[in-house]
Design a protein around this ligand. Sequence first.
Ligand code: ATP
Length: 520
Amino acid sequence: MSQQNEQFKKLVSHCKEYGFIYQSSEIYDGLAAVYDYGPYGVELKNNIKQYWWMAMTQMHENIVGIDSAIFMSPSVWKASGHVDAFSDPMLDNKDSNKRYRADQLIEEYCEKIENKIKKDVTKAAKKFGDDFDEAQFRSTNQRIIDRQSKIDATLGRMNDLLKADDMAGLKEMIEELEITCPVSGSKNWTDIRQFNLMFSTQLGNIAGEESKLYLRPETAQGIFVNYLNVQKTSRQKLPFGIAQIGKAFRNEIVARQFIFRMREFEQLEMQFFVKPGTQQEWYAHWKEARLNWHKALGTDASKLRYHDHEKLAHYADAAVDIEFEFPFGFRELEGIHSRTDFDLGAHQELSGKKLQYFDPESNESYVPYVVETSLGCDRMFLAMMGNALQEETVPDADGKDSTRVLLKLPYPIAPVKCAVMPLLKNKEQLTSKAREVLDKLKFDFNCQYDEKDAIGRRYRRQDAIGTPFCVTIDFDTLEDDTVTVRDRDTMKQERVKIDEVAGIVSGKVAMKSLFKSVTA
Ligand code: ATP
């Protein structure tokens, strides 16, 4: 098993073992690509959402939030283009009966070539040591040049075929590239057809197309249809934004990689309404601002990158992904799209209601353009966990080397901020004093009381769920009202007065500490 696979497997089992994520309906063997968040998972997820929500609404006078319903008029999805065009190219392998997305098969083919390039680069780097110049090597080594141009040509051709909606051409390409099914190893493919990703259901007890409802595949449309309500009731002037956090549903053809691709997931979306003609400027602004938001979490810059879209969605005039290096490679974490006036224009046309904004400065009315930022909460969760989970060699109580599993989450994002522990669980004076301390601290941040097992094991348990501080009540506490405060990362313990604990912990776990480096 490759190192990355092993790392990913560890991550998945850590999520389960420590109560972050469970398979949905597990006792019935689970439901594919649907997951439940456990006690620590829900805290971590809420903290991610809070960080985003603060960054959007609290930090911007001109961004407000809403919470729109999941069910919307079916006309919304007609106007937005989702009924006709929200689909992925699907094909089956006739021998394994496994279903695939045609574009993903081709992308994986290219990824294999990319891995060969990476191998050559690593080999050369080893050989040349400090003198190695990767950019120069990539641009002069003939084998790499040939491989890179094969990748570029393949992806270019695929994008052209997708743009032209040429499913037969796409199948021809898969045959030409001799792509085989990873399960059966055969090239026995069905034709490719477009598969709509929206889930549908019925309204009340009326059958037929009339009452067909869709589970929203994105939260954005709830913002578009409310934009004038919000603009008027919150007295906003352009440019202004509307933020929303909520569930979205997609009947993904291939749902793999744990919570990376789910059928029910959560989005954090912000639609920024701007004057037509200024959208490129705002697109550049949000592209940078969103990357800064990710970096402020301490994520290594080399794990984040932009990926400009070649194949633009039907609504966009520019689009970029912020990609994160997951254990299975760089993948989309967030999308930033310049959506023009496509959505508002389409809703205006189909509903027959004016969705124009009256600009008091220029005295004209127009349909605003929109720049969207769209982050997947679950992917963000996976990225945070992937970044944080590590093993460290540290001295144990006897000074011998031992391994500690550490979830090195940024302190403000950690599910539990402070664990309160009596040194011994069967000494009533200690446990009641510990409960007294807990009762003081629980108003300031999320605390946990932990008295079971030896203190060293309790520290390890808290390290594994990422708790930044452990406060221990011992016999000295009973004499002088001091406790030890242990820092997760340094493992250093400091003896402080009980009254000082809230201040020390608050200073480090407050969301506000993340904002120091968010520049926009
Ligand atoms: P992908 O290309 O990976 O299918 P997408 O381009 O369709 O993603 P968008 O429509 O731009 O995704 O959605 C915005 C964000 O929502 C994505 O960046 C991602 O973080 C998240 N997202 C989309 N689909 C899923 C899913 N099936 N499971 C979890 N998160 C998702």
